[in-house]
Design a protein around this ligand. Structure first.
Ligand code: GLU
Length: 469
């Protein structure tokens, strides 16, 4: 039998890091087992769902490379089918209409509390003999089996036993005629041929209810795997405060999708002491039964470290367009893709993110000369540096060919003639070319900037240090 699972986000917000992890685990579990997974958008809460959130979820999954085999299906378009099943249960005597008013339900709960009982619906409408009060809206409730335990074996959480008496008669259809979450999920999982459910542990308490429904309908119950929740470093459930923001935030912050996936897989799953995984390795090695049960802790420093690893492993062909995008976001209008590819190796070891890389590489792509950092200019662009810089400029103007060896030879000639140490000339040149005192090797910078730009920037620096007063 082909394994079929699904990722079923509610579009009430963006795809956050916890949701992305669920999607990744669905993907890995399906791919590892040569199965399929589908995307089902659970948008039945019309007030809290939005099309914008749907678009952001789909874009987040696309960015991570988590491409479903089917879908997106939209739960809200299946209401008629959900209601059909509720009526099927009514007709079979496995559900009933409940006419209790809010006042009646409140009164019931009050009495239960007074008796120190857990407040729950007592099933009184199951036995209601009198005709329904005319015009009063009804809900449809499921007749939950009484006594005994419901038992199931969760692939992550282990054996779960749930006393049926803890469950009251679940509402299947609200008084406004809308199906509830538990009904919709069961009908959809069945109709979509889902035989394996991977979802967050926060749904564990829904599972006994859903299994009862499957059984009442005579449908095959899927296998469940409930993933432990994510916590922040302070132990609290992950929230925005901890960086539990949209996965697209990580794209904009300069992370690679492969690093985010790698990071997410390690939140709850491990393979020996391996830290860095490609998608191909994850698919090959991932076993859902090996996912741990304790809450996983979100740790940004670890994500940054992994991003550095994946940046180093990525080819310049792959990174160059991403560096171009990051530069554009930093206000560089038309970064030259060829230049981006050429300078990448100079930064890949020094940056944790593409954003950091773009900040460091920015000077290469400026159309005008760089702004001089005032402290760097005050220290290195001083009047006595005018003659050596002018001489270097003249030699570079005729350098042939324009390569690292030739520019270095001319640089050394100037050092000798002016009795300077390397740093005494390198730093002023660096400030001239990059605006600051930190950059890759100065000969590489000259080479990659090209003759024209290098000379223009040196001219600007010479004019700056020769300015009157
Ligand atoms: N729509 C639910 C959620 O976003 C998931 C339901 C499920 O996976 O069964 O939390």
């Amino acid at each position: 039998m082909t394994l079929r699972t699904r990722f079923a986000p509610s579009p009430t917000g963006f795809l956050h890091i916890g949701g992305a992890r669920t999607a990744l685990f669905c993907h890995l579990h399906a791919r590892h087992n040569r199965g399929q997974w589908l995307l089902r958008v659970e948008d039945t809460d019309r007030e809290r769902s939005s099309e914008e959130a749907v678009a952001v979820i789909i874009e987040g999954l696309r960015w991570l490379g988590l491409v479903a085999d089917e879908g997106p299906y939209f739960q809200s378009r299946r209401t008629a089918r959900h209601l059909e099943v509720a009526h099927q249960l009514l007709d079979a005597g496995k559900a009933y209409r409940c006419y209790c008013t809010k006042e009646e339900l409140d009164g019931m709960r009050e009495e239960q509390r007074a008796r120190h009982e857990k407040p729950r619906y007592d099933g009184r409408c199951r036995r209601r003999q009198d005709p329904p009060p005319p015009g009063r809206p009804a809900v449809i409730r499921f007749i939950t089996p009484q006594g005994g335990d419901l038992h199931f074996s969760d692939r992550i959480q282990g054996d779960i036993r749930y006393p049926n008496d803890e469950l009251d008669d679940l509402i299947l259809v609200r008084s406004d005629g809308s199906p509830t979450y538990n009904l919709a999920v069961v009908v959809d999982d069945h109709d979509m041929g889902i035989n394996f459910v991977v979802r967050g542990e926060d749904h564990l308490s829904n599972t006994p209810r859903q299994i009862h429904l499957f059984q009442a309908l005579g449908w095959e119950v899927p296998v469940y795997a409930h993933m432990p929740l994510l916590h922040g470093a302070d132990g609290a459930k992950l929230s925005k405060r901890h960086g539990a923001v949209s996965v697209l935030h990580y794209r904009d912050a300069g992370f690679l999708p492969e690093a985010v996936n790698n990071y997410l897989v390690r939140l709850g799953w491990s393979h020996k002491d391996q830290e860095v995984f490609t998608m191909e390795e994850m698919i090959r090695l991932f076993e859902i039964g090996e996912v741990g049960r304790s809450a996983a802790i979100f740790d940004l420093a670890k994500l940054e470290w992994l991003n550095g690893q994946h940046l180093r492993a990525a080819s310049p062909e792959r990174l160059a367009p991403l560096l171009v995008e990051a530069l554009q976001r930093q206000g560089i209008a038309n970064p030259d893709p060829g230049l981006a590819k050429a300078v990448l190796p100079q930064f890949v070891e020094r940056a944790k993110t593409l954003v950091e890389m773009a900040e460091k590489a920015r000077f290469y792509f400026l159309e005008a000369h760089p702004e001089f950092d005032p402290a760097a200019a005050a220290k290195h662009l001083t009047p006595p540096m005018a003659p050596p810089l002018q001489e270097l400029r003249a030699l570079l103007a005729d350098a042939d060919p324009w390569d690292v060896t030739t520019v270095e030879a001319h640089f050394r000639t100037v050092l000798e003639r002016h009795h300077l140490k390397t740093g005494q000339l390198a730093q002023p040149v660096r400030v001239a070319l990059t605006g600051g005192t930190v950059s890759p090797g100065i000969f590489e910078v000259l080479h990659c900037l090209g003759r024209e730009t290098s000379l223009a920037r040196l001219d600007k620096a010479i004019a700056f240090l020769s300015r009157p007063g």
